[in-house]
Write a protein that binds this ligand. Structure first.
Ligand code: ZN
Length: 180
């Protein structure tokens, strides 16, 4: 088990468009296993490759992260081919510190993708699993859930984050001063 570092907004890799996966070898299987471990440890219900610094179209998700029943799904090179209905629900993100907001998503989607072996995969999802998939597929296009909230809410969050990061930096500098 290897835990990967989850990059946080405003890291530029979170804004990158991921390239299609073309190599379905053992390296990919290792990366997927590490991503799943990282997602469960966070804990989270989904993780896209951008979030761990890999710009490939790859995500893992599991709407039931309960250790007793969990079984994650790997989704490679996904495309949303059907999106129906609308639903507003609360979202957060492992890459966006200390923030949650309501986001409007399609209620039902159909995704065409590939599995870990490169075979075609069709996923029909509704409600919460559909929300997770839309959130994670957004990541692969460099989009974050804070891009889907009002400009005012986003501006307020960015302001708060700036203060948080500044305070962290000052704390670190103070600690270094004490040590050095
Ligand atoms: Zn996210």
């Amino acid at each position: 088990m290897a835990l990967l570092t989850i990059l946080k907004f405003p890291h530029p890799v979170l804004r990158a468009k991921a390239e299609p996966v073309t190599d379905f070898g053992p390296e990919l299987a290792r990366l997927v296993a590490d991503m799943a471990d990282t997602m469960y440890a966070a804990p989270g219900v989904g993780l896209a490759a951008n979030q761990i610094g890999v710009t490939r179209q790859l995500l893992v998700y599991d709407p039931e992260p309960d250790p007793e029943i969990r079984a994650y799904q790997v989704v490679i090179n996904p495309k949303i081919v059907v999106a129906e209905g609308e639903e507003v629900g609360e979202e957060g993100c492992l890459s966006v510190r200390e923030y949650c907001s309501e986001v409007k998503r399609a209620w039902k989607i159909v995704v065409e993708a590939q599995d870990l072996a490169g075979r075609p995969l069709v996923i029909e999802a509704e409600d919460f699993p559909a929300r997770i998939l839309q959130h994670e597929i957004d990541h692969l296009h460099g989009v974050l859930f804070i891009d889907r909230i009002s400009a005012l809410k986003r501006a307020l969050y960015k302001k708060r984050l700036k203060k948080m990061l500044q305070a962290e930096k000052e704390e670190q500098e103070e600690a270094q001063g004490l040590n050095g």
